[in-house]
Write a protein of this length. Structure first.
Length: 577
């Protein structure tokens, strides 16, 4: 393998020349206490760190970054920590999805504007994996992804709790009056008891698994619990490996191929992935120039069973159990010829080489192909006159009786309207009602918030019902469950057919045939369209204006149109002056 020489490194353009500008770079590096022996002849490695005091999923990154630095130094590199948006799912309003593309832009420009030869990306909470990856892919320097890892299992009164999933479950019971305030507070204090991201197969675990499926992490890195000592060793190994990746010039275009993207989709489907995976996978693939579509995802889902028995799609087990059962490497080993194991990963070796020693230690957690949790992949794509550009449902996580369903729509135009409906204990709805929330998509939300797992209405909870068909142009948390139809495209806010649906119209859902329709004639829809008035803009200034002008719809990954490869190559490298 041909290896780079020092004068071929990007950082050498900053640090090596005998000129006035490089004098400034070197003298200011010395101002920080470093000497020439720290950088001369060495690659400079960025550590893009999404730690913050408002990011509980990444609280351990303050420590882990030191392990990454240790690995970089051991391998003969020079580490440079660069902080980036932490995108805390727990605190950012209205939604972190509004800012995923901002993190992608920040990552790309951090790497482009600094004397960087390679990068370790530190993320894990939902939008940090796609945001960091999208930016680094667009920049094109060698990088390796360091997943935050799932937190430990939750616990209350001897019951194992899963973040998100059990929050939704017990909140319904709290509203139904079956648990006390004291029990609710006990659950609150026990459901998240260590650093790390959600320990269910929510969006965070899904996206780190996808990063590994793409070949962007060390083998097995996505499964290691955040509090496990293996995580520290993995962090140091990321630091060591990225230095060699720079010398090998192992850039993302050599890793993220069409075959690698198919692998990532297959892995996602087999894990019982979050519905958010669809949006992020499309955006990530297209940054690499691979035109992944909803139909591609649905086709792979048709032939890929769910074999990870992890909540919310699975029953009983959480990510800690998944790790002990063998982790993602074991799951990929079970998938066998459904994956292309000839692809290259960040190790510089093939995926197959990384799976040689993988084993399943508990075949109830990681099921064999002939005994799956669900016979098809986690997600299904629906189309019809309500969603001509597609909508998404998670069939394995909803009551089977709703997979083919027809019911009258009950429409809310805003979340405030929706709350009035779900909090009315005497609302005259039936279990067959299709509860609809619109104007919650990419522009309407704004940012497509996770409002799609509409809480069960009190009128049905008190009658013992725990699921119903719910429909929106919003997203839902990957820890959610239920008969929720999401990502309806085009969204209502921009005049999609969902904007024309009225309370009382019959909505028809047919998951086996992948259809979603409203029983309204084309002529009537045309009359309604003629009477429809576009809503007022959400923003008058700042980032929101840019977001509104350039955000793409859910079926296109919600990226900014000007950041896709269709707009051509990235801007030139910074001039040295």
């Amino acid at each position: 393998m041909t290896r780079k020489t020092y004068d071929q490194l990007r950082s050498a353009r900053w640090m090596a020349p005998d000129d006035f500008r490089s004098f400034g770079h070197r003298s200011r590096t010395m101002q920080m206490g470093y000497g020439p022996q720290d950088w001369e002849g060495k690659p400079i490695i960025a550590i893009v760190n999404t730690w913050s005091d408002a990011q509980p999923c990444h609280m351990h990154f303050k420590d882990r970054v030191e392990w990454v630095k240790r690995g970089i130094l051991q391998a003969g590199g020079f580490p440079m920590e660069l902080p980036a948006l932490s995108l805390s799912e727990n605190f950012v309003k209205p939604t972190t999805m509004l800012y995923r593309n901002m993190l992608a832009m920040e990552t790309e420009e951090l790497l482009r504007s600094h004397p960087i030869d390679g990068a370790v990306l530190m993320g894990g909470c939902d939008k940090t994996t796609p945001g960091l990856t999208m930016g680094a892919v667009s920049m094109g320097v060698p990088f390796i992804y360091l997943p935050a890892g799932p937190m430990l299992r939750g616990n209350y009164a001897g019951q194992v709790l899963g973040s998100g999933t059990d929050s939704f479950k017990y909140w319904d019971e709290r509203r139904a009056g079956t648990i006390t305030k004291e029990e609710w507070q006990g659950i609150e204090g026990g459901i998240a008891r260590s650093y790390g991201h959600c320990m269910t197969m929510g969006t965070a675990s899904t996206m780190t698994a996808i990063a590994e499926g793409l070949g962007l992490t060390l083998p097995g890195a996505s499964s290691i619990p955040a509090a496990d000592a293996n995580h520290q060793r993995m962090a140091a190994e990321c630091g060591r490996r990225i230095v060699d990746m720079v010398w090998e010039d192992l850039t993302p275009d050599k890793i993220i191929t069409e075959a690698a993207v198919r692998n990532a989709v297959t892995v996602a489907m087999a894990t019982g992935c979050s519905t958010n995976a669809i949006i992020h996978l499309i955006a990530m693939a297209r940054r690499a120039g691979i035109p992944l579509t909803l139909d591609d995802l649905d086709a792979i889902g048709h032939t890929t069973p769910v074999i990870a028995n992890v909540r919310p799609t699975g029953k009983g087990y959480l990510m800690e159990d998944f790790f002990y059962a063998g982790g993602l490497r074991a799951l990929m080993k079970v998938l066998g010829d459904k994956l292309d194991t000839s692809v290259i990963t960040v190790t510089g070796k093939t995926l197959g080489e990384g799976l040689e020693t993988a084993r399943v230690f508990n075949d109830d957690v990681i099921r064999p192909i002939d005994n799956p949790v669900y016979h098809e992949g986690s997600l299904a794509v629906l189309r019809g006159n309500l969603a001509p550009d597609g909508a998404v449902i998670k069939p394995a996580a909803c009551d089977p009786k709703f997979r083919v369903h027809a019911g009258r729509a009950l429409v809310a135009d805003s979340y405030d309207e929706l709350k009035a409906i779900i909090n009315d204990p005497d609302h005259p709805m039936t279990p067959d009602t299709v509860l609809v929330l619109r104007n919650a998509g990419p522009q309407g939300g704004p940012g497509m918030p996770e409002w799609g797992m509409i809480p069960m209405p009190q009128a049905l909870l008190k009658k013992g019902h725990r699921d119903m068909v719910r429909l929106s142009d919003a997203r839902m948390s990957g820890t959610s469950y239920g008969a929720c139809i999401l990502h309806v495209a085009p969204e209502a806010y921009v005049g999609g057919p969902l904007a024309l649906l009225r309370t009382g119209d019959i909505v028809e859902l047919d998951v086996p045939n992948r259809t979603l329709n409203m029983r309204v004639s084309d002529e009537e829809l045309e009359r309604r369209r003629a009477a429809w008035t576009p809503p007022a803009p959400r923003y008058g200034r700042g980032y929101g204006v840019m977001f509104t002008k350039h955000i793409m719809q859910a079926d296109s990954g919600c990226d900014f149109d000007f950041l896709t490869t269709a707009y051509g190559p990235a801007v030139p490298e910074p001039a040295i002056n």
